[in-house]
Design a protein around this ligand. Structure first.
Ligand code: MG
Length: 192
């Protein structure tokens, strides 16, 4: 009898599988949270590291991100094992600079947090710090390929960094005295 196929998973299951897959590929939640923390700390001081960890975990539990992480990790593994046929094997394995489909996936992931998410991804992609730099260096070694993973990890960090900014701004809005106002006329009246 054919093996029963399972296609859909709970958010908790997806987070667990993403954590395991990333760990197998050499990346921890903390690695990604550190990138998010470093990026957002340029704008706000004293960001709790826990908020970054929570944001990374939240993002890694989403279904579309689950598909991105799982597919990226498998593309890299297959390239490491030389299992692609045709020119794409060498293009993937050598991480050709002009190959942009890995960045395209990063843009899609970070785009879940709007244009700010995408620009934050661009910044991480260009500056190559922390785990992104490590993956990039490791990917050059014999038998290693991180062509897709570095972009997915950078994009999850960018999305988490953007979520942190959203959470902090929500808190700020609640702290400001005007939040109880429900109508634009409340503001207009006040200005007179
Ligand atoms: Mg790449």
């Amino acid at each position: 009898m054919a093996k029963e196929k399972k296609l859909v998973f709970t958010q908790q299951e997806m987070l667990k599988m993403n954590k395991e897959t990333l760990k197998r590929r050499g990346v921890t939640i903390n690695d990604i949270a550190e990138l998010a923390h470093a990026q957002q700390s340029r704008y706000t001081k004293g960001i709790p590291f826990e908020l970054c960890v929570e944001s990374v975990e939240r993002i890694l539990s989403f279904r579309d991100i689950f598909h991105h992480v799982q597919l990226s990790a498998e593309i890299d593994r297959l390239a490491e094992e030389g299992l692609f046929q045709g020119p794409i094997q060498d293009i993937l394995y050598e991480d050709l600079g002009l190959f942009g489909i890995d960045e395209l996936m990063g843009i899609d992931v970070s785009g879940n947090y709007g244009t700010i998410g995408v620009t934050n991804f661009g910044e991480i992609d260009v500056s190559k710090r922390g785990i992104v730099e490590k993956l990039n260096e490791e990917g050059k070694k014999e038998g290693k390929c991180h062509t897709f993973l570095d972009d997915i990890v950078g994009a999850v960090a960018a999305a988490a960094s953007t979520r942190v900014a959203q959470v902090l701004n929500e808190e700020l809005a609640h702290e400001s005295g005007d939040y109880h106002k429900t109508s634009i006329f409340d503001y207009i009246d006040n200005e007179e």
